[in-house]
Design a binder for this molecule. Structure first.
Ligand SMILES: Nc1ncnc2c1ncn2[C@@H]1O[C@H](COP(=O)(O)OP(=O)(O)OP(=O)(O)O)[C@@H](O)[C@H]1O
Ligand SMILES: [Mg+2]
Length: 334
């Protein structure tokens, strides 16, 4: 693996069995939550995963963080395959990989004081550190997420903080072990609009100060374009387009990406001269695994789209798209 790459995901797949029907007439359907996903993240880079609800963003992050087992595929972190290494080694690597979840209400134990919440990772991974050193690290972590003076927050409980402050504490818990990688799953979507920018800027600031590498999940393209160096667009378990943020916003090449850009007022002027696309319907991840996943909603579909899943095709400069017909219809609309 290239030395500059911290995380590499190869052919990652997760299938769930969805049960429905009555006791006498049970029906089982396979849900292709993540379907042959490939990407890599370079050290210090922020890769965004964007896509509508149910497309497999969280499932991808949970597998990367080893909170969920994959159905198949490999996840290489610092060159180690997380899917096959032993528990002790996973533990060591886990210190380097942390996750920030969507809902700070859910993730902080309401019965614990902030000092105890932040001590927990130190007690698990840095057992030999003297208590006064641990407390120093807790105070530093609170200061790093810009809650000052830190001492004022130590003995509070999560319910005594605002939503934004709670998410800051969740971020402090993620960075206290000085990880190299963070997966942030919609870290601002449950927060009041007024505090979102502050959290995003804090993450960008921490990335700079700590040299963090990040997988940033969002369903909001404006947020992705603000935060990410590169963006992977996911549709029904597959990455349909990936590339530098500027390419994704200014020259989207998959009809689904065009649809995402079309509905964002601040961004869609880039594609002013091209046909905008407004989508109907919703993701159906129980579809049979044949053909292009987007075919049921695509206005540019051709015969081949029904029978063969498109491979991801390089367009140059790190930009790639999985669409049989992208060159045909791009010519028509540009
Ligand atoms: N534990 C589970 N059991 C069964 N199906 C699941 C499970 N977790 C996720 N799924 C299904 O897998 C698909 C992908 O879910 P996932 O939570 O990864 O989507 P998402 O992109 O994170 O969506 P959202 O934007 O709503 O968070 C969905 O169809 C979902 O219903
Ligand atoms: Mg999710």
């Amino acid at each position: 693996m290239d030395n500059s790459v911290l995380l590499k995901v190869n052919q990652l797949k997760k299938t769930f069995i969805k049960k429905s029907g009555t006791v006498f007439n049970r029906k089982k359907t396979e849900v292709y939550a993540v379907n042959n996903v490939n990407f890599e993240i370079k050290k210090g880079e922020i890769l965004g995963i964007i896509g509508e609800s149910g497309c497999g963003k969280t499932t991808t992050a949970r597998m990367v963080m080893r909170l969920m087992e994959e159905s198949s595929g490999e996840i290489l972190f610092e060159g180690n395959n997380l899917c096959t290494i032993k528990n002790a080694e996973t533990n060591r690597l886990r210190k380097n990989m942390q996750m920030i979840f969507q809902d700070p209400y859910d993730t902080l134990n309401p019965g614990m004081r902030i000092v105890d919440i932040l001590m927990e990772p130190l007690n698990a991974h840095e057992k030999n550190l003297p208590s006064n050193e641990k407390l120093k690290r807790v105070i530093e972590a609170i200061e790093s997420i810009e809650l000052k003076p830190a001492e004022d927050y130590l003995y509070r409980y999560p319910h005594q903080l605002s939503g934004g402050q709670r998410q800051r504490i969740a971020i402090a818990r993620a960075v206290i072990l000085k990880p190299s990688f963070i997966a942030a799953d919609e870290p601002t979507s449950m927060l009041d609009v007024s505090v979102r920018a502050g959290i995003l800027n804090l993450l960008l600031d921490l990335r700079k100060k700590m040299g963090l590498t990040m997988l940033f999940i969002t369903h909001d393209l404006s947020t992705a374009s603000y935060m990410c160096d590169r963006i992977a667009v996911m549709y029904q378990g597959r990455i349909v387009e990936i590339g530098p943020t500027k390419k994704i916003i200014q020259s989207p090449s998959h009809p689904y990406t065009i649809a995402l850009v079309s509905v964002v007022k601040d961004l869609n002027y880039f594609i002013e001269n091209r046909e905008k696309l407004i989508l109907d319907g919703e993701v159906d991840s129980t579809r049979k695994d044949t053909g292009c996943t987007f075919v049921t909603r695509c206005p540019h579909q051709e015969k081949v789209c029904h029978s063969k899943a498109p491979e991801i095709e390089a367009l140059g400069n790190g930009h790639a798209v999985a669409c049989h017909c992208h060159s045909n219809w791009l010519e028509k609309t540009s």
